[in-house]
Design a protein around this ligand. Structure first.
Ligand SMILES: Nc1nc2c(c(=O)[nH]1)N[C@H]1C(S)=C(S)[C@@H](COP(=O)(O)OP(=O)(O)OC[C@H]3O[C@@H](n4cnc5c(=O)[nH]c(N)nc54)[C@H](O)[C@@H]3O)O[C@H]1N2
Ligand SMILES: Nc1nc2c(c(=O)[nH]1)N[C@H]1C(S)=C(S)[C@@H](COP(=O)(O)OP(=O)(O)OC[C@H]3O[C@@H](n4cnc5c(=O)[nH]c(N)nc54)[C@H](O)[C@@H]3O)O[C@H]1N2
Ligand code: SF4
Ligand SMILES: [Mo]
Length: 768
């Protein structure tokens, strides 16, 4: 087991099995079972009263935003509850009445805690007071807030230059907290603002900015209801965005068709019952996807090319398939694309994506007849070497159909963390935005740095090379979420100080720099009181609507501080009150932060006022069909090459996925009922043919290994689960398999690690 240098910390945690049970996958998503599961979690963690009260306030007008995914709320939320099973699980996980404070940490050393699994660490509950792991010490000990702020300020002052500090953000922070954090990093002097979106939708941001002039999706929730065709590509909404199923159901009721493009037949797209409607409690639910295209991993470009070729042919034969007026008026690159498509042989494209032609022709038929088309996607498209190109290819399809900038059509990159989009909108980015810098100068009165900072991958490399002294994280679990776990752990170890602003214990509190701080904060559901006044924050959902979120639960401890207070505390200690920004005042009064956001961040205006009720949409040029600020004033049709993986003999392509019982690195439970897996996470899903070729049977034990540039990496002990997955492709859960993802392999131009297409070998463990 890998150990880190300073303390003998187990980087990967236990690699033993927990007792796999295989059953038939549950094929109906949500419905009665979903509700029962949700309540079971809530009652167990929080008690009946606390869980009922909070569930009824979640995603409601005067309540708080679900802390789980970024799916939007309808304008009129259901009064009997506007949440899903996984939102309820996230809430129970955050609102748990199990707590750990200094006494616990006196008993258990960091080393001993590291022998527990991520699942067990999370079960320990909420952290209730600030803690310091001193250099050379084996245990965390309590520290006062003021001393913690002084310590951080002192370490920051000791750096040779500001570029030696790194400020990571996970997407759960509010706009207010993220704004203060981003501005503090710049005031300190660095753009080293890596963000969870670097590992997530960065490829979408890059592809959409370039083609459509905005790095966000263009649709609203209502757009989905009236679409004629919705493509759901590389996304598993039944688990990761469950309320999206209700929107897909609405689309179908209005006569729309759903096409799923995914190597797996994910539950939810196959069959769904809406728990918010009574008829959903009985019966068998309806098949949501009208058509499933089981594309091989990372072969979306050949698949879309084939769709495009067939649409062009149909257009030539019968006309009225493509929107030529739109193409002429609003786009550039159409002729070049047509010429380029001729170079590709249809049979070759068909073989690459490995989808039956009958199904492809059905998709072409529906696409040809429709003009209102929405494409939804998530990590299945972004986390590949060619993530940006893949998304650009899907955008081509929309542009050829004129399905952008008009109702019920457009792009829908479905965001992960509940406020990851808002964080970017208010200034969490490692690159330089000259307009933003100009507004900072004008309205905040200081000069922000003009040099690009580190994204996630570059931050890890810099730490590994000893170029960073302080690593701070506003939420998240960097050590486990990032690729190449052992390399990343060694990188973090080289820092002098690591700081985690967190709600619950995770491995990033154990894999640390020489010294480490844990600064415990409120969860979204908790009351943020200033005197006797409850404060609210704002968040932006996946579709660009900004609204308020106000917690209602009694906080886990009276020693917690809000994220804005913590950042303001650090900034105040660092600048000792000598800075044009009055950090302390901002940390106390969020209206003042919002006034600054209005002035500094693009598209925000009167946020305090307009975020009330259903909130307001930020400006979105793609939604308006306005491409005037792009070069040539037009949307870009692009050329994108199919990928070449050059698999060696015996190699397979691995995609790393979420189970139904986790939120990223937070493990709620060990089941994945939609895939028929119970009480085990160390599993690898394999096609029967690949199993046979390797002489493997169900539940055989294997090790997985990857080799990139002569470097071998291994993930040990996985049980084989026979599964309907394309031959040559396998799947396993993250974060257990992150150890296989090479830190230096990431998407071109977006830097997103290749978590969905890793070349691996499967080796049977002899004698088991
Ligand atoms: N309950 C729960 N909700 C969550 C999260 C969670 O962990 N738990 N995480 C949140 C976050 S941060 C995010 S980013 C989202 C993630 O949401 P998803 O992207 O849905 O999550 P993944 O489990 O990574 O699933 C990726 C899907 O893409 C498919 N896929 C993989 N490779 C390819 C490919 O090459 N082509 C195509 N067409 N499909 C492919 C996989 O089979 C799988 O269905 O969910 C958010 N919501
Ligand atoms: N192999 C592989 N790796 C991946 C992915 C993959 O699909 N495959 N997905 C990637 C993606 S899409 C993402 S977004 C990243 C996720 O990366 P992160 O965002 O870094 O990880 P999370 O697991 O979401 O972070 C969970 C921790 O956040 C803290 N937390 C929870 N709520 C709050 C809060 O309200 N405030 C604060 N301050 N802290 C809080 C808790 O301590 C909890 O343990 O992982 C990426 N890594
Ligand atoms: S769909 Fe996402 S935001 Fe909505 S309740 Fe479920 S987890 Fe929360
Ligand atoms: Mo994500």
């Amino acid at each position: 087991m890998a150990k880190q240098k300073y303390r003998k910390v187990s980087v990967l945690g236990p690699e033993e099995f927990t007792g796999l049970k295989l059953k038939e996958p549950v094929r109906i998503a949500a419905g009665a079972l979903g509700v029962r599961e949700a309540l079971r979690h809530g009652f167990k963690e929080m008690g009946i009263l606390r869980s009922m009260r909070s569930l009824l306030a979640m995603n409601q007008k005067n309540g708080f935003d679900c802390p789980s995914c970024a799916w939007p709320d309808p304008e009129k939320p259901s009064r009997i509850g506007e949440y899903c099973e996984n939102g309820a699980k996230a809430l129970a996980d955050e609102g748990t009445t199990t707590h750990i404070g200094a006494r616990f940490f006196t008993r258990y050393s960091v080393e001993s805690l590291s022998e527990r699994s991520d699942f067990e660490l999370n079960q320990l509950g909420r952290i209730t007071e600030p803690l310091l792991l001193e250099k050379g010490s084996s245990h965390y000990a309590p520290i006062t807030w003021e001393k913690a702020f002084e310590r951080i300020a002192g370490e920051l002052r000791q750096l040779d230059h500001p570029g030696q500090a790194i400020f990571y953000t996970s997407g759960r922070s509010s706009n207010e907290a993220a704004f203060l954090y981003g501005m503090f990093a710049r005031a300190f002097g660095t753009n080293n603002l890596p963000d969870c979106s670097n590992m997530c939708h960065e490829s979408s941001g890059v592809a959409l900015s370039e083609t459509l002039g905005i790095g966000k999706g263009s649709v609203t929730l209502e757009d989905l209801y009236g679409a004629e065709v919705i493509l759901v590509a590389g996304q598993n909404p039944g688990t990761n965005h469950p309320r999206m199923l209700a929107a897909l159901e609405q689309c179908k009721k209005n006569g729309g068709r759903i096409i799923s493009i995914n190597p797996l037949e994910e539950t939810g797209l196959v069959s769904f019952q809406n728990p918010q409607r009574l008829h959903g409690w009985v019966g068998h639910g309806q098949a949501l996807a009208d058509l499933h295209l089981p594309v091989r991993i990372n072969q979306d470009i050949p698949l879309v090319k084939l769709l495009l070729k067939k649409l062009l042919e149909k257009d030539a034969a019968q006309g009225a398939v493509l929107d030529h007026d739109f193409i002429q008026e609003k786009t550039e690159g159409f002729e070049t694309l047509c010429r380029d498509l001729q170079r590709y042989d249809s049979l070759d494209l068909l073989q690459r994506c490995d989808v039956s032609e009958v199904r492809i022709d059905q998709a072409v038929e529906w696409l040809a007849r429709s003009s209102r088309i929405v494409i939804c996607w998530a990590m299945g498209l972004t986390q590949h070497k060619n993530g940006v190109a893949t998304i650009r290819e899907y955008v081509n399809l929309l542009l050829l159909k004129g399905a952008i900038g008009k109702p019920h059509s457009g792009t829908c990159p479905v965001r992960g963390h509940s406020n990851v989009q808002g964080d970017r909108s208010v200034g969490i980015m490692h690159f330089v935005d000259p307009d933003l810098n100009e507004r900072i100068r004008r309205h905040l009165g200081f000069d922000p740095p003009e040099e690009e900072g580190y994204d996630t991958v570059r931050a890890i490399k810099a730490m590994h090379e000893g170029k960073a002294g302080v690593f701070m994280a506003l939420g998240g679990n960097f050590a486990m979420a990032a690729s190449d776990t052992e390399y990343t752990a060694r990188a973090i170890n080289r820092c002098r100080l690591t700081v985690q602003v967190s709600t619950k214990l995770n491995r990033s509190h154990l894999i640390t720099g020489e010294a480490a701080l844990i600064l415990p904060t409120y969860g979204r559901s908790e009351k943020d009181l200033r005197g006797d006044k409850a404060r609210y924050v704002t968040v932006e959902n996946s579709m660009g609507r900004v609204k308020r979120s106000k917690g209602i639960l009694k906080p886990a401890s009276d020693q917690l501080r809000s994220e804005p207070e913590i950042i303001a505390g650090i900034a105040h200690a660092y600048f000792e009150g000598r800075h044009p920004v009055d950090w302390k005042a901002l940390g106390a009064d969020y209206d003042l932060i919002r006034d600054k956001i209005d002035l500094v961040a693009r598209g925000f205006e009167k946020t305090s006022e307009r975020s009330a009720g259903v909130g307001y949409y930020l400006p979105n040029n793609a939604r308006e069909g306005d491409f005037s600020h792009l070069t040539k004033g037009r949307a870009k049709i692009t050329l994108n090459k199919p990928p070449e993986h050059h698999l060696a003999e015996g190699e397979l392509l691995l995609m790393t996925l979420r189970s139904h019982d986790q939120f990223n690195t937070t493990i709620y439970g060990l089941d994945d009922r939609y895939r028929g897996v119970y009480n085990e996470r160390r599993v690898v899903f394999m096609n029967a043919r690949d199993m046979e070729e390797r002489g493997l049977k169900a539940e055989d034990v294997v090790h997985l290994s990857s080799h990139y540039h002569q470097k071998a990496r291994q993930a040990r002990n996985f049980k084989v689960v026979p599964y309907k997955i394309p031959p040559g492709n396998i799947a396993a859960y993250f974060p257990e398999t992150n150890v296989l993802v090479p830190y230096n392999h990431f998407a071109d131009r977006s830097g997103t690690p290749i978590s969905k297409s890793i070349k691996v070998r499967v080796e049977k463990v002899a004698g088991i």
